[in-house]
Design a protein around this ligand. Sequence first.
Ligand SMILES: Cc1ncc(COP(=O)(O)O)c(C=O)c1O
Length: 423
Amino acid sequence: MRGRRHFLRRLGQTALGLSLGTLVQETAGAVPLPDPDADFWEVVRAQYPVTQERVYLNTGGLGPAPYPVLDAVQRTMMELQRISETGHDRLEDARAPVAAFFGARLEEIAFMRNATEGNSTVAMGLDLRRGDEVIFEAHAHPGGFFPWLARQKSHGLVVKLFEPDPTSAEGNLQRIEDLITPRTRVIQVSHVTAPTGIRFPVPEIAALAHDHDCWFHVDGAQSAGMLPVDLHALGCDSYATSGHKWLGAPHGTGVLYVRQDRIDAVRPTETGAYAGDGAVKLPDQFGYGATARRFEPGTRDAASVVGVAAATAFLDRIGMERIAARGRHLATYLQDGLRALGGLTMLTPELPSLAASITTFKPQRVPFDDLYRFLADQGLRCRIVRERGIDAVRVSTHLFNSEAECDRVIDATRQALDSLSLR
Ligand SMILES: Cc1ncc(COP(=O)(O)O)c(C=O)c1O
């Protein structure tokens, strides 16, 4: 108790000009992390510079980074600028801890600029022919489906969509299975869907895909940093995610995983320096490196990549199980409060096994965009969901959010339902 108070006091001192990031790095490892209780989560909140002037509830769009991450990025950037070096070694140092965070081998990890780039690397790089079929959910994000539509147009691939089932894991498996034919080559799902936060049964879909000799790709933009992700246990062939959402890594970062024995099946669509096997020679000696590093040609921003490793270290220190439980607890708390208001339709699954840290709901008697604007005017930064005519409001609850913030959403929604329905 004394230790925690001392830690909190020291955090408070940072407002007087000390570097919080450094302080956190100095102290957090030494402070025993208590059970999830208010004090603990206040300490966590204090590690994020994101403004308190509005309530930030859009981690599904863009996640704020904590001080230790920003510190690591700034420090690395200055160090590299001072000596004017690219920092390739820093990039390589970051690969092992990031791989470990995802339950992968370092040879299977490539650093990207976002989830879209990772999704696209796989979708554009697989050897597919006219008439080959790809299946994914109708709620996929454009960052996951654009490349498939592009190849549909340019290569004659056939895109088949299934409507996600928010009520049962088996329902989703069945809907995918119903679309599989002898021409199906690829199955892709979002680990957690962006519009309404449906969590798909990924290991079961992996088994289904592999039973039919299909490539199985997971768009993990909404799962990395929200849920524990063990890629070998998930069983997918490839997985792509953003750094700048639930992971709390710098803007413009992402991670691509390709299972080691499947790397050769993905032809790099962008290639050049650092993608080769070390024996490349003009005019005709050429080979790709053996690892996923081949998907990141050219000079990279080493400081941001160091930030990705710092982000995974930060989350690891708190514990991904605990973070997932916290996000889920807040989502349940919010949903209970919203349900009690009446006049709302909850679009997020009720079943815990299908749910995550996202809450999407729509008002029954007032326009959804009026509700969204009303919340925004009250300083509540949510996200509007127009995709596929879902027409709803999405709230993301992550480790830095609180019950008090959920109460503000509930109260403001009550006011909105009262005042907007009178108009
Ligand atoms: C499921 C999903 N895939 C891809 C993306 C695109 O992410 P990025 O901007 O990192 O490419 C998003 C962004 O919201 C998403 O939710």
